[in-house]
Design a binder for this molecule. Structure first.
Ligand SMILES: *Cc1c(COP(=O)(O)O)cnc(C)c1O
Length: 387
């Protein structure tokens, strides 16, 4: 039985990418590195659907969020943080840690943000310059509808910074079409890479604004990093091996095409949701905002012990690694990550094993046709991918 790592990051790394990373180290101040980072930045711009500048930091996704906060806030200055789950909370806590005057707009976990309320908050607080918002909330399996949210922000002339860590390269994030000022992603999610790099795109307006903000910054100084990267270098020693891998994973993404990648994620997610329902389990998220990269499922019978037992059984007996819940959802849900390197056949394996695990822990008496539900839902026409 093959190991199925299906947590919403880190995700499986394809053999091709692993081999591409298995190379002797190079000088990060030499021409080979300049070519490497040039190719990586061009590929990232393609995947982010932007002509904005992009910088690559050696960090996990949170480092990218920290960079956004450090470069876009000033101590004592108001900033709006829209939070619909654990990662939105983390964004807001970063704002607090660096002394911004944090205005929070919080939503019940499992729900999406309301664009009209964001507009209202901005009208009440004309001194808010930047809005920080999560696109795909990995802790709850909810994807915010970016287009109307961003429209509400842009109509009022404010900047928007988007946590796209678990969406960019898996779910459509048309950076330039929507006018997203800052977008952050991370290597270990849809990019099919090990943890180790964050990516941050910044619009010309964002870069201009960053020159006026006063939050202390050093390692994650976007302007300084960009100066280096435009010269084919990085400020500090980069995660060279991850960049070898990124060059290869970008080729894989280009071969499939962004449309193909988004459709595959949408198709598999639709199948997984249908299978979960067939398994008599309950989906956690608001159905209007289901995520195409992670599915959150309520604990069977709402029973925390049974939830734990199921995750353990799947891990130990079925080589299927799923995630539990985070923060207030600990024990209350389990999550299936279906992003990055995943095929329809992988989805069949995952659902088949989940069904067997549910029989094993006594939640269902026998097979209920979960794989059939999966495959027929995957065959149906994909719904249009929302931005
Ligand atoms: C994974 C993730 C992050 C970053 O987490 P790290 O562990 O720092 O990589 C941030 N936001 C979202 C939405 C994520 O899914």
């Amino acid at each position: 039985m093959s190991y199925q790592l299906r947590v919403p990051g880190p995700t499986p790394v394809p053999e091709r990418v692993r081999q591409a990373m298995d190379q002797p180290m190079i000088n990060h101040r030499g021409p080979a590195f300049a070519a490497l980072i040039g190719e990586c930045r061009d590929g990232l711009k393609w995947a982010f659907q932007t002509q904005n500048e992009i910088v690559i930091f050696p960090s996990s996704g949170t480092g990218g969020l920290e960079a956004a906060v450090q470069n876009l806030t000033s101590p004592g200055q108001k900033a709006l943080f829209v939070t619909i789950g654990a990662f939105g909370d983390r964004f807001a806590k970063l704002g607090q840690a660096y002394g911004a005057d944090v205005v929070r707009l919080e939503y019940q976990w499992g729900h999406a943000a309301d664009p009209a309320e964001i507009g209202q908050k901005l009208d009440e607080n004309p001194d808010i310059k930047v809005v920080f918002v999560t696109h795909n909330e990995t802790s709850t399996g909810v994807t915010n509808d970016l287009a109307p949210i961003v429209a509400a922000i842009k109509q009022r002339g404010r900047l928007v910074a988007v946590d796209g860590v678990s969406s960019v390269s898996s779910i459509n994030v048309p950076t330039d079409e929507l006018g997203l000022d800052v977008v952050i992603s991370g290597s270990q999610k849809g990019w099919m890479l090990p943890p180790g790099c964050s990516f941050l795109s910044a619009s010309p307006s964002a870069l201009e604004f960053m020159a006026t903000t006063t939050c202390p910054r050093f390692y994650f100084d976007v302007a300084k990093e960009l100066d280096y990267e435009l010269k084919g270098q990085t400020f500090t020693t980069p995660a060279v091996s991850i960049l070898f891998g990124l060059r290869e994973s970008l080729k894989i993404l280009r071969d499939e095409g962004l449309e193909g990648v988004f459709d595959r994620h949408a198709r598999i997610a639709r199948g997984v949701r249908a299978a979960v329902t067939a398994l008599e389990l309950e989906l956690f998220a608001d159905p209007l905002f289901f995520s195409n990269t992670v599915t959150a499922v309520r604990a069977p019978h709402g029973d925390e012990d049974l939830n734990k037992k199921l995750i353990g059984t799947l891990r130990d007996k079925y080589q299927l690694e799923l995630a539990g819940g985070q923060a207030s959802l600990t024990g209350k849900i389990f999550r299936i990550g279906h992003l990055g390197d995943i095929t329809e056949n992988d989805a069949i394996e995952i659902i088949d094993r989940l069904e067997q695990g549910l029989i094993e822990v006594g939640y269902i008496d026998g097979k209920v046709g979960a794989v059939d539900a999966l495959t027929s839902a995957m065959r149906n026409q994909p719904a249009a991918t929302p931005a």
